[in-house]
Design a protein around this ligand. Sequence first.
Ligand SMILES: [Cu+2]
Length: 322
Amino acid sequence: MPCAGSPYHGFTCYPNHCPSSAVNQCSYLSSQSLQSPIHNPERMRILTTPRRALTTPEKRDYISAVQCLQSQPSNLTSLLPGSISRFEDFLGTHIVSTNSVHFVGHFQPWHQYLVATYERELRQKCGYKGAQPYWDWTLDVTTNSSIFSAPVLDPDTGFGGNGPYVNNAFTPRLAIPGRTGGGCITSGPFANLTLHLGPGTNVENNPHCLTRDISPLVTNKALSFAAVNATLDAADFCSFDIAHGGVHLGIGGELGTIADVYSSPGDPLFYLHHAQMDRLWWKWQQMDPERRLKDIAGPDTGSRIRLISKGTGRLQECHDGF
Ligand SMILES: [Cu+2]
């Protein structure tokens, strides 16, 4: 039977099994997910716009549009009582969806859709004319300390840098090696940003700052060319594992906003990272588009059955990866 209206839209379920709870949780995912970007101008625009290649005025335009979104009133206060802006509506949507969109087969397309919707909002609400840029972090981990001088973290044309070091020796959550920060960021256009949703699952009004806790040990291991190449070598989606945590835990460390699985979109870098994730997925698909454009795998949100399509248009159980 066809899985209409779910992240698996267009797929035929096997054996006669639609991921029912995924349909409930994610019915707003349109058929644009999993669609070839050639037929989807929004996705194509994101996939072909590296942030590094933007001119300084273009970089400023993007950041101004994000700040504009942070000044637009929330449309979702009934669902997210603490939200004060459209920017926080996206953050809150991620918070309340987290448990059904992570560690599941539709993780990638759901986040792709979130980024595309965010980009559309920047354009429609804030007059942004450019594309949602992606952050190719492989170019920023060439030496042990190069992440600190990444253009994307520039205090003038970027998103600002690390927070000051906070000693967290007695309350470690994730045991991140080599963490260097943890406090409120002190530079860049978001140094004085107040977030109201999060940390964790909180969607009530809880003012707090944007924190980063960079660990070069984590970024350099997880975000290297070698790590990406290993990812792109995957034979099928079942074993396709993008270095997704490298930014969340390498930039967010132990105490940083972007390390919080629920409220990570409080850091505007989240969207540049997930645009890169989508780009790498697309690169992998392009190596064998016949099979890979419709190859998806992983647990659904209800039964957690491991499913894989292997490009056949049929979902099957996935026995490795995930
Ligand atoms: Cu997420």
